[in-house]
Design a protein around this ligand. Structure first.
Ligand code: PMP
Length: 307
C-alpha cells in the first residue's frame, strides 16, 4: 500500500484542511496506547469513468460507531454527519484514480495514563489513491501464522481497534519476511479466524464456508457482501468453525476485505489449494463483486454513494 502519497485534503479537528497540516502532538494518548478505532472504505471509478462511487459507506461508519461503543467512547458526530463530511471531503479531493478512505476516531488528549475514562475522542479522515492491496488475479500464497488472533476478552477483533492491529502487524510482518502475501491467524482454541486485514472464505463440496462472527473476526462489510452475493447467485453458504487442516484440503479459498477486495488463494502453508488456479465459485462471485463496485449492477446500486 502506498504510504507517502495522500489526496490533498483531510478532515481534522472539525475542519477540512490541507492533509499535510493534519498532524498530532507526540503526547496524544492514542499514539501511546493505540486508543483509537478506524475504518477503511473504498472509492471506485465508475464504469463510464465519469464519476466515483464510495462502496457501502454507511455500513462502514455503522461499524466504526459500533467499535466506539465496544470501547465505550463517543465522538461528536453521528452516522449522517460522518457520511456527509466524507462525501464533501472526497469531492474536494477530486480523485483521479480509485482511492481509499481512512476515518480514525482517536483519543486526542495529552493524557499520560491509559485510563480510557479520562480521554475524549476526536475524528480525522484522510484519503489515499489505492489500487490493489493484495493481488486479485495471481493467487495468494499464505502461511498460517504462529501469532494467534486476539480474543474477544483481550482486544475484541470484532471492532476495528487500532491497538489490536499490533496483532495483525506481527503476523503480516513475519509472512512478508518469508516472501508470503499474507497470513491466516488461528484463534486461541486453534480454529481459523481470518487474515491480517481480511476475512477468510473457503469452498468445500460446492458450499461456501466462512468463520462465524463469534470466532474473533472483524465483522467485515465485504464478508457480509459476499455472503449475500452467494445467496443471490444460488450458492449455498455456511458460517462455521474451520480447522487449520480443513483449509489445506479446501476446493477453493479466498480473502475478502475493503483492501483485499476478493483475492483468491493458491497456497496455504505450501499446500496447493484445489487445482492451484482460481476456482469456479470464487470466479463467479468475484466477477459479480467487481461488476457491482464499478456501478454495472443496478440491483446493488444502493451500495454505492456517488461523489
Ligand atoms: N478482518 C480484518 C482484521 C480487517 O482489518 C479487515 C479490513 N477492514 C477485514 C477483516 C475486512 O473487513 P471489510 O470487508 O469491512 O473491509
Amino acid at each position: 500500500m502506498p504510504t507517502s502519497s495522500f489526496l490533498p485534503f483531510a478532515f481534522f479537528e472539525g475542519k477540512i484542511i490541507p492533509a499535510e497540516l493534519a498532524k498530532i502532538n507526540i503526547m496524544t494518548n492514542a499514539l501511546q496506547y493505540g486508543n483509537a478505532v478506524f475504518g477503511g472504505i473504498r472509492g471506485y471509478k465508475s464504469r463510464n469513468g465519469k464519476n466515483f462511487n464510495i462502496f457501502r459507506i454507511e455500513d462502514h461508519y455503522r461499524r466504526l460507531l459500533n467499535s466506539l461503543k465496544i470501547i465505550n467512547q463517543k465522538i461528536p458526530f453521528n452516522l449522517e454527519n460522518l457520511v456527509d463530511v466524507t462525501v464533501e471531503l472526497a469531492r474536494k479531493n477530486k480523485p483521479r484514480t480509485d482511492f481509499y478512505i481512512r476515518p480514525l476516531a482517536y483519543a486526542a488528549d495529552y493524557e499520560l495514563s491509559p485510563d480510557m475514562s479520562k480521554v475524549s475522542f476526536d475524528m480525522a479522515i484522510y484519503m489515499i489513491p489505492l489500487g490493489e492491496y493484495l493481488p486479485v488475479s495471481t493467487g495468494l500464497k499464505l502461511i498460517i501464522s504462529n501469532w494467534m488472533r486476539i480474543n474477544d476478552n483481550i482486544i475484541p477483533a470484532r471492532g476495528k481497534i487500532a491497538g489490536g492491529y499490533v496483532n495483525s502487524s506481527l503476523a503480516k510482518g513475519d509472512a512478508s519476511r518469508m516472501g508470503m502475501d499474507d497470513a491466516l491467524m488461528l484463534t486461541i482454541d486453534g480454529h481459523i479466524a481470518e487474515g491480517t486485514a481480511a476475512n477468510f472464505f473457503m469452498v468445500r463440496d460446492s458450499t461456501l464456508i466462512t468463520s462465524p462472527k463469534y470466532n474473533d473476526v472483524l465483522e467485515g462489510v465485504t464478508r457480509r457482501t459476499i455472503l449475500q452475493l452467494a445467496g443471490d447467485l444460488g450458492i449455498s453458504s455456511v458460517e462455521r468453525m474451520i480447522d487449520r487442516t480443513e483449509s489445506y484440503i479446501a476446493d477453493e479459498a479466498f480473502l475478502t476485505g475493503t483492501g483485499a477486495q476478493l483475492a483468491w488463494i493458491a497456497e496455504i502453508d505450501s499446500r496447493k489449494i484445489g487445482s492451484g488456479r482460481i476456482g469456479p465459485i470464487t470466479k463467479k462471485i468475484q466477477r459479480l463483486f467487481f461488476s457491482i463496485i464499478r456501478g454495472n449492477e443496478s440491483k446493488y446500486s444502493s451500495w454505492l454513494t456517488k461523489i
